[in-house]
Ligand binder design. Structure first.
Ligand code: SF4
Length: 183
């Protein structure tokens, strides 16, 4: 096993003796992307795959996300895993609304993405009917590698997100389209 420890590449900038200058957006984006705290909203089988993703073999800690939060106040990456019954939808929506900005959402597995095989009156046909989704992970269930891939895709989004995005009219319009009004 290699003992080599890989360091994250520094953002583009200007370096000289004793100084390094770059853009604040890039530093904040880098820090946020490597320290996403998940809120696992797991309702069924896909949640088991998430447990495997957290366990030592796949080791989500390698991505800076080993600290799951079951309080929306201390999480910025909502991971929805499993079938969401329509009765559960308002609860999911409330959890999302209780998260502070910036917040991101990963929809894990066919059920969360589209209702999956449960094309029936009682199941929400995709969580994007009630909250905005940043990354979709397909599969029934997706393997831990796919969940990790989804998290890495989100890391790229987070890293490149301008700090002003959350105050932009476009973002407010997105939330408004879900009936979420922000001041
Ligand atoms: S997508 Fe498949 S594995 Fe995941 S919760 Fe639905 S039925 Fe279970």
């Amino acid at each position: 096993m290699s003992n080599e420890i890989k360091m994250v590449e520094a953002p583009a900038g200007v370096a000289g003796e004793g100084f390094f200058a770059t853009q604040i957006d890039q530093v904040v984006g880098l820090a946020r992307s490597k320290s996403l705290w998940p809120l696992p909203f797991a309702t069924s089988c896909c949640g088991i795959e998430f447990m495997a993703t957290m366990a030592p073999h796949y080791d989500l800690a390698r991505f800076g996300s080993e600290r799951p939060s079951f309080s929306p106040r201390q999480a910025d990456m909502l991971m929805v895993m499993g079938t969401i019954a329509k009765k559960m939808a308002p609860v999911l929506r409330q959890v999302y609304e209780q998260m502070a900005e910036p917040r991101w959402v990963i929809s894990v597995g066919a059920c969360a993405c589209s209702g999956g095989i449960f094309d029936t009156y009682s199941v929400l046909q995709g969580i994007d009917k009630i909250i905005p989704v940043d990354v979709y992970v397909p599969g029934c269930p997706p393997r831990p590698e796919q969940i990790l891939d989804g998290i890495m895709k989100l890391q790229e989004l987070v890293k490149n997100e301008p700090m002003r995005r959350r105050n932009s009219p476009e973002y407010k319009a997105l939330l408004a389209s879900y009936g979420i009004i922000v001041n």
